[in-house]
Design a protein around this ligand. Structure first.
Ligand code: PAF
Length: 281
């Protein structure tokens, strides 16, 4: 098993022994590790001589308390996963270690959080930006790895790192999918068998949008209509949003003129799934 640090000081002590002699990679996670995280670790191992995985269910980024309560916590399994993946060190702090006092500072990235998930999850991205900034400062890695599945999160992290002169290089890692196209997510484990079958509708809607773009359609209204028609009208499914935004600032566009991100959130029963595809003319 990889060594586990629960304390910032302990982690820093262990990292001091490595610093300078190897490229240090950081893979921030909230645990419940699956093949999508495995891909982040794989990318990190490819580039870095020493890989730290952080496992912390960050209370600051949950806008609904019931979601924080039901977020899967599987530390023993996660450690075995890290062992198999060849992780060098795990940082698994408690909430008290990360937030010994209620934080008076939050990192807020303007504009990029206004649409998509940010519109429906007030405070979520401030919580993400704050904990990620803390992890950057705690680990001081050379490179940090984030999934492209969370496209808005990745755009926000890239922007905060640029604006705040974070010296860690941000690396985006392609989404891992099930054979039918469903993006891997820790939340998939909440789906019943029937819900799991329906859940692929989000990916199918994104593929429809992609098909429309490939066919030369540029009117966002038309693309969204075609994509939305791929979501079956059954009570288990509720499309929260399907938007087309510019890939850099995550702002909705009316007409596609440059690189865009087609992103959606779909409720499947009581589980909220997100996914996106990039399109670059
Ligand atoms: O993507 C996640 O798992 C989380 O939002 C992150 C980046 C680990 C911050 O808590």
């Amino acid at each position: 098993m990889p060594p586990v640090s629960e304390r910032v000081a302990d982690l820093r002590g262990r990292l001091a022994e490595q610093r300078g002699s190897v490229v240090l990679g950081l893979v921030p996670t909230m645990g419940a590790l699956h093949a999508g995280h495995g891909r982040l670790i794989e990318y990190a191992k490819r580039d870095c001589g020493f890989v730290v995985v952080t496992i912390f269910v960050n209370p600051l980024q949950f806008d609904r308390p019931e979601e924080l309560d039901r977020y899967p916590r599987t530390l023993a399994e996660d450690l075995r996963f890290c062992d198999r993946a060849g992780v060098d060190l795990v940082f698994a702090p408690t909430p008290d270690e990360m937030y010994p006092t209620a934080p008076a500072c939050r990192v807020h990235v303007q504009k990029l959080a206004d649409h998509l998930c940010g519109r429906y999850r007030p405070g979520h991205f401030d919580g993400v930006a704050t904990v990620v900034t803390k992890l950057f400062n705690i680990v001081e890695a050379d490179r940090a790895y984030f999934g492209e599945k969370d496209a808005q999160q990745l755009a926000i992290i890239r922007r905060l790192s640029r604006d705040l002169n974070i010296s860690t290089t941000i690396v985006g890692v392609p989404t891992v999918r099930e054979p039918d196209g469903l993006a891997l997510s820790s939340r998939n484990q909440h789906l019943s068998a029937a819900e799991r079958t329906l859940a692929v509708a989000l990916y199918q809607a994104l593929c429809e949008a992609h098909g429309q773009l490939m066919a030369g359609v540029r009117d966002v209204g038309l693309i969204k209509e075609a994509a939305g028609s791929r979501i079956p009208g059954v009570p288990e499914l509720r499309l929260e949003y399907l938007e087309i935004v510019d890939s850099e600032e995550m702002q909705p566009v009316d007409e596609v003129k440059g690189p865009v991100c087609v992103a959606g959130a779909l409720w499947v029963g009581t589980t909220r799934l997100i996914d996106n595809i990039e399109w670059n003319p």
